[in-house]
Ligand binder design. Structure first.
Ligand code: GDP
Length: 400
């Protein structure tokens, strides 16, 4: 029997532009009785001036799932449930300038690295020991042995050629060399835009505990803040808590969440349903959270491969974002390697950069995978996820 998928949505009444009243709608997919009203999508997101918001109590359409059996939906309540205040739907600020806002957190944890480097460089004593120490500091910051050696060799040559001992000049050479290693040339565009009537699809992958589910919720806020509409798919079916967490994220910003009703349901099926609902709803982007169990490489490959294949029946997977915890160093890099072997990663979300002085991991992981860090997590707050900006990152590293 096809398992039941639950769609939780928020319908919003926009009252004369004076704010929003949210009406919670809970819908079940797969169990709706035939003949119930509505031939629509069952998501918050159609029929009103603003996409992603639905009329309260409006009949909604039922999307067709793989078994053709996503039933129609029970009618939505006509208004807020008596006695319970409807949740306010938040409108996050646009993502532009976020890293600038969060830069203090980056600087706080990274300046140890910057000041150690700068104090060595401003000593004006450029002997073997000094260069060795500089290399060691870079390696300690998780930059990786090869990039650290390259940077030191480069800087050493430049200092020699310039014949300078001026701390300001040496510092600006260091800044330029660090920037080269952070690769400002990489394309960090997040591909989340719809293709005609098909939503952009983002798969979030990574090991449990890295901040993967949180990253899905935060990314939804980024996209909604930038004017898009989002549907979340809770395909981490091994942890009910992850789906609950996504629902909380979704309800705060009025994003529909598609989830299974039981632990252990087929993740690919949830992903399929999420994309199906996303198409029916006309959302811009579907973000799919996946299970983060690093059981066996083959198991992971099968699971992620199947998810990608079923989604491809309907839409294109535009981004596969690997979530890595910046505080886990070599262990994180090992995880990255495994994921890169089983799925084509298009970008990295580096979380918990606020909690480590080891910002060099940005350089190491990009080099390891050959894909750019696109987003960085800088705290536990809902809007503490920012598009990565190399220049600002290097400046924060050097304590500018
Ligand atoms: P998952 O198991 O990978 O889905 O991880 P969760 O999304 O549940 O997050 C695990 C923990 O990491 C939670 O307590 C999050 O609040 C925390 N977390 C996630 N991202 C960040 C971040 O950028 N900075 C900090 N300090 N904590 C984070």
């Amino acid at each position: 029997m096809e398992h039941v998928l639950i769609i939780v949505g928020i319908a919003v009444v926009v009252a004369g532009g004076a704010g929003a009243i949210a009406v919670p709608l809970v819908r079940r997919r797969g169990e709706g009785a035939a003949g119930q009203p509505g031939a629509g999508s069952g998501r918050a997101g159609t029929g009103t001036a603003e996409r992603g918001q639905a009329r309260p109590g409006a009949p909604e359409a039922g999307a067709q799932g793989p078994g053709g059996g996503i039933g129609t939906l029970p009618p939505a309540p006509a208004g807020p449930t008596a006695g319970t205040a409807p949740p306010e739907v938040e409108r996050p600020l646009p993502s532009a300038g976020r890293l600038a806002r969060l830069r203090g957190r980056l600087a706080r944890s990274q300046t140890a690295l910057g000041s150690a480097l700068l104090s060595l460089l401003s000593s004006g004593k450029f002997d073997e020991d000094t260069w060795d120490e500089i290399e060691e500091i870079l390696i300690t910051a998780d930059m990786g042995a090869t990039p650290a050696r390259e940077l030191v060799d480069q800087l050493r040559t430049e200092v020699k050629v310039a014949g300078t001992r001026d701390p300001a000049q040496v510092r600006s050479l260091l800044r330029a060399d660090l920037l080269v290693q952070v690769r400002p040339d990489l394309d960090r565009t997040l591909h989340t835009a719809p293709h005609g009537d098909r939503p952009g699809v983002v798969l979030m992958v990574g090991v449990n505990g890295t901040g993967k589910t949180t990253a899905c919720g935060k990314l939804a806020r980024v996209l909604i803040g930038d004017g898009g509409t989002v549907l979340l798919g809770a395909a981490d079916t091994f942890r009910a808590a992850a789906a609950d967490q996504l629902e909380t994220w979704g309800s705060r910003v009025g994003a529909t969440v598609v989830r299974a009703d039981r632990e252990g349901a087929d993740p690919a099926s949830v992903a399929f349903e999420a994309v199906t609902a996303g198409i029916a709803d006309g959302v811009d982007t579907v973000i799919v959270d996946t299970a983060g169990r690093l059981h066996t490489k083959t198991g992971l490959m099968d699971e992620l491969g199947k998810i990608k294949r079923v989604i491809a029946k309907h839409a294109t997977v535009d981004e596969v974002l690997l979530v890595l915890d910046a505080t886990t160093g070599q262990n994180g890099l090992r995880q990255a390697r495994v994921f890169a072997e089983v799925v084509d990663i298009t970008g990295i979300v580096l979380t918990k950069l606020d909690g480590t002085a080891k910002g060099g991991i940005v350089i190491a992981v990009q080099r390891e995978l050959g894909v750019p860090v696109k987003l960085v997590g800088l705290g536990e707050g809902p809007d503490d996820l920012a598009p990565f900006e190399p220049e600002m990152f290097v400046d924060a590293l050097l304590g500018d």
